[in-house]
Design a protein around this ligand. Structure first.
Ligand SMILES: [Zn+2]
Ligand SMILES: [Zn+2]
Length: 245
């Protein structure tokens, strides 16, 4: 169950939320059961953290209790948003026992902290900033964030762009290559994300060409959707064999 180019295993799910996240309904055990029922070989259980989240040790312990599970690797992840242009992450001080840090573009990482995407959209419409500068800032912050985590994983790369009224096609080719090289150097994984249907085939082409490991994820908030891919398959089928400028 691995696609040929780019190589992405579809019998894995690298981003699954449990009840440690406020907005998810299934327990870590429910999610693992669903993953095993569907024959998955890897699951990364991952929940939303902030700097002050006190429950990370409890989450790590809950994941640890599920191991070893027959025929499936069980990873513990935390998902944190990029806070600012430096790429600082909204992470608690101790990440003991956490396997993957999922880096998320939930808000625009502005110079003075996170900015809601609607505010960025308004600012772009009022021409207070340019699309090129906004994209440049997002890529710079993402590159910075890669340095903040020992085991980084880009959660839903560029999901923020449409929320700000922008498009991945607006990202210049050299900027995409620069980001892909940064991901490779940092040893980062990049998700092809079912919930947000991103990144685009063109971005995936650039990442794959740079040797960046790509992983499938549902960003599931309910065990019913663990390991189920429709949009990811469509995106991967559309990845061009040659680079797109
Ligand atoms: Zn997210
Ligand atoms: Zn998520």
């Amino acid at each position: 169950m691995t696609t040929s180019f780019p190589r992405v295993a579809l019998d894995e799910d690298h981003h699954v939320h449990s009840t440690f996240s406020d907005d998810a309904v299934s327990t870590v055990a429910d999610n693992l059961r669903a993953a095993r029922d569907r024959g998955l070989r890897v699951i990364c259980l991952a929940d939303h953290v902030r700097q002050g989240s006190p429950w990370v040790p409890d989450f790590v312990a809950a994941v640890r209790e599920l191991r070893p599970a027959p025929d499936i690797e069980v990873l513990a992840g935390v998902e944190a948003k990029i806070l600012n242009g430096e790429g600082e992450l909204d992470l608690p001080p101790s990440l003991r026992g956490v396997d993957q840090v999922l880096i998320a573009d939930h808000q625009y990482p502005g110079d003075h902290g996170p900015v809601p995407p609607q505010d960025m959209r308004d600012a772009l419409e009022r021409r207070e900033c340019s699309a090129a500068d906004v994209i440049d800032g997002l890529i710079g912050a993402t590159l910075g964030a890669l340095e903040q985590a020992a085991t980084p994983q880009l959660a839903h790369l560029f999901s923020l762009l449409p929320k700000m009224g922008l498009d991945e096609a607006d990202v210049p080719g050299p900027a995409l290559d620069h980001l892909a090289q940064g991901c490779y150097r940092a040893g980062a994984r990049v998700e092809v994300n079912e919930k947000w249907a991103c990144p685009s085939p063109r971005t995936i082409r650039a990442l794959a060409a740079a040797g960046v490991p790509l992983v499938a994820s549902t960003d599931s908030h309910d065990c019913a959707t663990v390991g189920r891919y429709t949009r990811v398959r469509e995106i991967l089928a559309a990845v061009p064999a040659a680079p797109v400028p």
